[in-house]
Each structure stands twice: as C-alpha cells, then as structure tokens.
Design a protein around this ligand. Structure first.
Ligand code: ADP
Length: 266
C-alpha cells in the first residue's frame, strides 16, 4: 500500500483533519517488476551471443585466421550464435505480435488432425536425426475446432520440438488427438528427461528454463511455452504439462472447445 497525506487546515490556521489516500500499488508494482525483469532477460540473452561473436572475430582478426582449421571452427561458432540470436528475435517478435494483433487473427473451423499432421511433417527430420519414433493416433470422432491455423500449428510445433529436444536418441514420442465431452485434446507424450516438479509451476514463464546451460546448448530460447500458453488462451483453450508422479517423461495436453455441430443430428 502507498499512502499519501494532505492536511485540512482551518482559516485560523488550526489543523482540522487529515485526508489519507491509501493506494494499492501491489498489482502495478508487480507488472512494473515483470517488465523490468523481461527487459533485463532480453538484454542478457542478446548480450551473451554478441560477446561470443565479438571475441571470436577479434581473435580471428588478431591472427588466428592464418590457421585454416581454427578459422573454420571459430566461424562455425559465430554462425551458430547468430542463429541463436535470430531465433530469439523471431520469438520476441512473435510475442509482441501476440500482444498487439489479436484482432487480426484469422480464426476458422478446422480439423485439428490437419494441424497436427502438418506439424509432424515439419519436425519429422529432426526426430529422424535423433532416431526417434513419433507415433500418432487419432480417434474417429469429429475434431473440428475454431482456430487460427498458423497459430495453433505454432503451439503444436513448440511442444513437439520440445519433446524432440528433451528426449534422448532413439526415444519415443506418442501423439494422440481425441474429443472428450466436447473438448478436443491434443496429447503429446515423450519418454525424455521429464521436468522436476519444483519447476513445473514456472515452466510457462518467459525465459524460464529448467537447466539454462543445457537448453542453451540445445538451442532453446525459453520463450516457446509462454508463446504457446498465450495462443491457447486466445482460443479459449489451454495447455498443461505433466511430469513425474507415474508419468514417464513429459506429457503435454492441449485442449480446445469443440465446434458444436448444431445441425449434425438433423
Ligand atoms: P526452450 O526454448 O528453452 O525449450 P520453452 O519455453 O519451450 O523454452 O520450455 C521451457 C523449459 O521447459 C525448457 O527449457 C525445458 O527445461 C522445459 N521443457 C519443456 N518441454 C519439455 C519436455 N518435453 N521435456 C523436458 N523438459 C521440457
């Protein structure tokens, strides 16, 4: 609480009373702190690759270029750090688009299976590179939802690419789509490293990562799940992650209201 005081003074100069204004600043302060933390995180995430790029190019210019093998190694690092920055900037742009451009979303009736199949197709190569097996099962029910196809595909891509990233070579990823009481579910279950229960509640926060060094190595930005959550909320849906307590690896459940087929029975 923030308090402001103003004295009420009578004409003869005597103090008659005091006006006290108590203002609840907790919510405002919380938002302000979140904003500051976000800016600090972005700056840090951009500065780390920049520092690496700077020091490697400096070393090259100071003479390391004479050594062809070393030059190759250094330029590979420079390239991968540049890629990381590109991914980060892309994710940041996407977050800011989500904040500002909801009115332009292109929602339409669509079958989730088409979206899921497209996402699998796009990530099939990364899974194959790790000799992972993705199996996909869908029920015969109607799985029509009202969604922005690109955005919903982004959610599936973010979750599925995590499943691939955080699962070892030759691991398994099981994908299932179904309709349960007019709720369409996309379930993506991997048998990877899982998420410690102490980290689960914070996993959707921007830049939150279980193991910073490790995810950085794997190319993560720490923004994928927060983007996914924001997109699902804009669809009156949700995304939840489960791990531990009898679950192997990590299980992600994406839910969306099914489109009611008003005349289906006529
Ligand atoms: P990142 O780009 O780092 O993967 P995300 O927001 O997508 O960022 O995920 C946040 C963190 O959640 C990851 O850094 C990782 O620690 C954890 N995580 C997400 N999905 C999985 C998964 N399927 N298995 C294990 N850990 C996961």
């Amino acid at each position: 609480l923030r308090a402001k005081y103003a004295p009420i003074v009578r004409e003869d100069g005597e103090l008659e009373g005091l006006v006290v204004l108590l203002q609840d600043v907790t919510e405002h302060e919380k938002l302000e702190n979140m904003r500051k933390e976000f800016v600090a995180n972005v700056s840090h995430e951009l500065k780390t690759p920049l520092t690496t790029i700077k020091s490697y190019t400096e070393t090259l210019l100071e003479g390391a270029m004479e050594n062809k093998e070393l030059t190759g190694q250094f330029l590979t690092v420079v390239e991968s750090e540049t890629d990381r920055m590109t991914r980060l900037v892309q994710d940041l742009l996407q977050l800011s688009n989500l904040d500002f451009k909801q009115a332009q979303w292109n929602k339409m009736e669509t079958n989730v299976n088409e979206i899921v199949e497209n996402a699998i197709l796009k990530l099939d190569v990364s899974a194959k590179n790790k000799k992972q097996q993705i199996d996909y099962h869908t029920s015969e029910e109607d799985l029509t939802v009202f969604a922005d196809i690109d955005k919903l595909e982004q959610v599936v891509l973010n979750v599925l690419s995590n499943a691939i990233k955080y699962t070892a070579e030759a691991g398994k990823i099981h994908i299932e789509t179904k309709n349960e009481n007019d709720v369409v579910k996309i379930i993506i279950h991997d048998n990877g490293i899982g998420i410690p229960s102490k980290d689960l509640p914070r996993i959707f926060e921007r830049f939150y990562r279980v193991d910073k060094a490790r995810t950085r190595e794997l190319g993560g930005t720490g923004l994928g799940l927060s983007i996914a959550k924001q997109i699902m909320e804009a669809h009156d849906g949700k995304i939840e992650l489960f791990s531990g307590e009898g679950i192997t690896g990590t299980k992600a459940i994406i839910t969306l209201p099914a489109v009611e087929k008003a005349f289906a029975s006529v």
